[in-house]
Design a protein around this ligand. Structure first.
Ligand SMILES: C[S@@+](CC[C@H](N)C(=O)[O-])C[C@H]1O[C@@H](n2cnc3c(N)ncnc32)[C@H](O)[C@@H]1O
Length: 212
């Protein structure tokens, strides 16, 4: 076996679990150019295909506007465009990630914002929202779900793809269950499965419907 074959797949992925909030934006800006190569080719990132399947099954209207929260390089946007979704917007902290997403040519609008802060979006603007790979340590926290729910139209769909390491930290599921108990969301599906297979990390898909 040569030196290349023995080289670790990446230096970024493991660090993503230990970064602190003030480092996140610069961390992803530094990773943007090699993110897809590392996660898709290097680690068989399973969430784009799993979130795609959830959208395919749960969001029937392909003309409803979709917001890809923490869109990164646009991995999910590409999947949704293939499914026929016509109007996809994206938000991310990192301008370099947004530049990668812009280069896909798929998104209608893309802009930079902190998802832990109030969003400059009108109530009920989107028929579906995706939160793939954004809930994690130093990233986006469970309380952001209040704003995310606000921008989903009644009857609309929220699809979350999240690593199990963060789910086990135990704030996300209680928050989803509280929103369900409060009549804001109906938590329709919890599906355990692959997240980052080459790294041995599993993850969850949650599907919820915004109540009236
Ligand atoms: C692991 S990547 C996921 C990107 C994409 N959704 C995917 O699954 O490939 C996390 C993304 O969330 C963004 N992000 C992290 N914290 C954020 C925050 N507080 N507000 C907005 N974006 C954030 C990062 O810039 C990064 O692009």
């Amino acid at each position: 076996m040569g030196a290349d074959a023995e080289r670790p797949v990446s230096s970024f992925y493991e660090r993503a679990y230990t970064i602190e909030e003030h480092e996140t934006k610069d961390f992803y800006s530094a990773w943007a150019a090699t993110y897809d190569e590392e996660l898709v080719e290097g680690r068989a990132y399973a969430m784009p295909a799993r979130c795609r399947a959830a959208f395919d099954a749960h969001v029937v209207d392909r003309r409803t506007p979709v917001i890809d929260l923490g869109c990164g390089t646009g991995l999910l946007g590409r999947e949704l465009a293939e499914l026929g979704f016509e109007t996809i917007d994206g938000i991310d902290y990192s301008p370099e990630m947004i530049a990668q997403a812009q280069a896909t040519g798929i998104y209608r609008d893309l802009w930079s914002a902190d998802l832990n802060e109030p969003l400059d979006i009108v109530d009920g603007a989107y028929g579906a929202a995706a939160a793939m790979g954004i809930f994690s340590f130093g990233h986006v926290y469970a309380d952001a779900l209040d704003e995310i729910c606000r921008i989903i139209t009644p009857g609309g769909t929220l699809i979350i793809g999240v690593n199990e390491v963060f789910v086990n930290e135990n704030t996300l599921v209680p928050k989803l269950e509280q929103l369900d108990a409060d009549g804001i969301l109906s938590l329709d599906l919890r599906e355990h499965g692959a997240h980052m297979p080459v790294s041995g990390v599993d993850g969850w898909i949650f599907v919820a419907t915004r109540r009236q």
